[in-house]
Write a protein that binds this ligand. Structure first.
Ligand SMILES: CC(C)(COP(=O)(O)OP(=O)(O)OC[C@H]1O[C@@H](n2cnc3c(N)ncnc32)[C@H](O)[C@@H]1OP(=O)(O)O)[C@@H](O)C(=O)NCCC(=O)NCCS
Length: 326
């Protein structure tokens, strides 16, 4: 089996890669919209800001049948895990394609001075079986939820908004956080401890701004609603409306600082967000989100708003030393 590195993918290679993703999606629908060729091209041609990516493929004749990407956040040797994603065409499974791709990616991971790698996958037998066979262990279960706005009972959001706690002021902005709230937002992001655990880099005002700039660079719009008390952000929620999301927006972070929990601030900022979006972006009909399976409180907040569980995804972690070599 020949694994080829795609350092600078050509148009035919991008089409081949997309064909693998489209075949996997068709064989195993996941409730997500069908991936579009331009989305694949954008992802292959530009690594996210602050990270590098390596790409590999396996071919059978002229046809691409397996692909792997490795995202390397930060500088070489950074104390953050790489992120691996492997797809094998459904007609070519159980022949060691993914194992071969993983071995090549693991060599690159170690050469970059990394000690670990994560994989985020749908909880399906092939992905789970493959990862567990290669020394990955489960670190996080995520529930994928979807809110269909037309299904919301009339008046539901207004009622939730009107029943907000006293002593807080709602503020909102689109894009990069206004300077006066930048430090406060970074502090509030620490409240998302479950994700911060192995994300490594701490949140500061610059990282908060960078994240918003990255979203804008993709052409997407980031909306933030926050509940403020004495200049501090007690809770906030973020939604991204993709430029080509066909009516589906994505929930980004939502957090309530520990000392402000238990006052229904999470529901309140989310209700304010829905009201704002309805006026500002009426084309948005669905919002998707992932919640950590052990974050019972956030799941309850989302289900009270009207989000419904769609699928389970999982994050697996492996030590670089435990992975195969090519
Ligand atoms: C997961 C996936 C990449 C595996 O690709 P593959 O080329 O069939 O995997 P390999 O042939 O290298 O399998 C190696 C081992 O993984 C395990 N494995 C693979 N598929 C499995 C399945 N369906 N059920 C149980 N174990 C499985 C087995 O131990 C297998 O060894 P064996 O065939 O000798 O029993 C492929 O099914 C896929 O593309 N799934 C959709 C995308 C995805 O979920 N990717 C997650 C990986 S990051």
């Amino acid at each position: 089996m020949d694994v080829i590195a795609l350092d600078d993918p050509t148009d035919p290679q991008i089409r081949g890669w997309h064909a693998v993703l489209a075949a996997v999606h068709a064989a195993e629908p996941d409730g997500e919209p069908t991936p579009q060729p331009h989305q694949t091209a954008a992802r292959l041609l530009g690594a996210e800001q602050g990270s590098r990516q390596r790409l590999w493929a396996v071919r059978s004749g002229a046809e691409m049948i397996g692909v792997a990407s490795l995202r390397l956040p930060g500088e070489p040797g950074a104390d953050r895990p790489g992120e691996i994603d492997i797809h094998v065409h459904p007609d070519h499974r159980r022949r060691g394609m993914a194992s071969g791709l993983l071995a090549v990616a693991a060599d690159a991971l170690r050469a970059d001075g990394r000690t670990s790698v994560i994989a985020q996958v749908l909880a399906r037998p092939a992905a789970v079986g493959f990862l567990e066979a290669h020394g990955f262990r489960l670190v996080l279960t995520l529930q994928g939820l979807l809110l269909r706005l037309p299904d919301l009972p009339p008046g539901r959001v207004d009622t939730l908004l009107a029943s907000g706690p006293s002593g807080y002021e709602l503020v909102r902005w689109c894009g990069v956080v206004p300077d006066e709230y930048a430090d406060a937002l970074a502090k509030a992001k620490h409240a998302m401890a479950d994700l911060a655990e192995y994300e490594g880099a701490p949140w500061d005002a610059d990282r908060v701004r960078e994240m918003a700039e990255m979203v804008a660079k993709r052409g997407d719009d980031l909306y933030t609603v926050a509940a403020v008390q004495d200049g501090a952000i007690a809770g906030f929620t973020e939604i991204v409306v993709p430029a080509d999301g066909a009516g589906r927006a994505a929930q980004y972070d939502t957090a309530v600082a520990p000392e402000h929990r238990g006052r229904r601030l999470g529901i309140w900022v989310k209700a304010a967000m829905l009201t704002w979006l309805a006026g500002e972006r009426p084309e948005v009909t669905e919002i998707e989100t992932d919640n950590s399976g052990d974050n019972a409180h956030m799941l309850a907040v989302n289900e009270e708003i009207g989000f419904r569980r769609e699928r389970e995804s999982r994050e697996y972690l492996a030590s670089a030393d435990d992975l195969p070599s090519s």
